[in-house]
Write a protein that binds this ligand. Structure first.
Ligand code: PMV
Length: 318
């Protein structure tokens, strides 16, 4: 007889403005990215827990080396419920590219927590989910601001300030966003430590750059609420210049930014931790977005996604 399959999912995210500065208490704007999703399935089996994912396939106890954040999270939940690591398999299916600044680690943690609570038939409060996803994020990122957990749990656009109550950010902005993958893994942990080192070595300039990024995010919120994509594009370009100064950009990112601007994009910048990962390009309309997306693919992007920037349509891929 076929055994019951329990499932849960979580979607990715895009940081529009404010990455890195958000670690230092400045605001950031993030939106859900429904085109990229992680699904986690639990099925009852005889014997010890088995894991199946594209990163690792095998016994749970050996996931320690290969899939550490999931290993730690599952262990924490088993301990909490006083359960042994027996009796089920965990399968992970994902369309969120790993280490591209799209929140794959937070989404994986959120979906894993949700599916385990369902399996053990325990009610999951938003607070517990947030706590457990942050536990996993701190393993992955070191000193995480909490923005990734907040957005993958809430699945709504957020104006996020570290350690403050969440503010949903509802708006309707004309225009299209292209997310293009440099094809290179980013490294959020290293990027965050590079910014920290910059600030330690040159405190005055470093703190000014962080505060300037914060000011750009405050302005971005205003222009988004006024539905002014042209001005948002200018602010994105300014943010990219500061992120370059902080040392978290690289040649591939800058190439995709330049290709975007050479083909009438309103603005372009890296998104997330940087040092690889993805670039976001703001375009006035669908025709521009399609044309620029093609140019990005011809110039080294490994993949692109198009999103209509309209809350009502839930930022779906077009
Ligand atoms: O996980 P990523 O690569 O999207 O980066 C998160 C944003 C940072 O500001 C770089 C780090 C953080 O914890 O806020």
């Amino acid at each position: 007889m076929k055994k019951n399959i329990i499932k849960a999912s979580a979607i990715g995210k895009i940081i529009l403005m404010g990455e890195h500065a958000v670690v230092y208490g400045e605001p950031a704007i993030a939106i859900p990215f429904a085109s990229a999703k992680i699904r986690v399935f639990i099925q009852e089996i005889d014997g010890p827990i088995m894991i199946k994912s594209h990163l690792y396939k095998g016994p749970f106890d050996q996931a320690f080396e290969n899939l550490y954040p999931v290993f730690a999270l599952v262990n924490k939940i088993l301990k909490k419920f006083n359960k042994d690591p027996f009796g089920f398999s965990i399968e992970i299916k994902s369309t969120i590219p790993v280490e591209r600044g799209m929140g794959s680690s937070a989404a994986l943690a959120a979906a894993t927590v949700k599916v385990l609570y369902k399996y053990f038939k325990v009610d999951l409060t938003p607070n517990t989910l947030n706590h457990l996803v942050n536990f996993s994020e701190n393993i992955v990122h070191g000193n995480a601001s909490g923005i990734d957990s907040a957005i993958v749990i809430n699945e709504k656009p957020l104006y996020f300030i570290k350690n403050q109550p969440l503010k949903h950010f509802n708006y309707k902005l004309d225009g299209y966003l292209i997310v293009s993958d440099t094809g290179e893994k980013g490294n959020t942990k290293l990027a965050v430590s590079k910014v920290k080192e910059y600030i330690n070595q040159q405190p005055e300039t470093g703190i000014t750059l962080i505060k300037d990024l914060g000011k750009l995010t405050v302005k971005a919120k205003k222009v988004i609420l006024k539905n002014n994509p042209e001005k948002l594009g200018i602010l994105m370009n300014q943010a990219q210049i500061i992120l370059e100064k902080l040392g978290v950009s690289n040649n591939k990112i800058e190439k995709l930014v330049q290709v975007s601007l050479d083909h009438r994009a309103l603005g372009a910048k890296l998104t997330g931790g940087g040092l690889g990962g993805c670039v976001i390009t703001l375009c006035a309309n669908k025709a521009d977005a399609q044309k620029i997306s093609q140019k990005l693919l011809e110039n080294g992007a490994s993949k692109t996604w198009l999103m209509k920037l309209n809350n009502k349509e839930n930022f779906n891929e077009s």
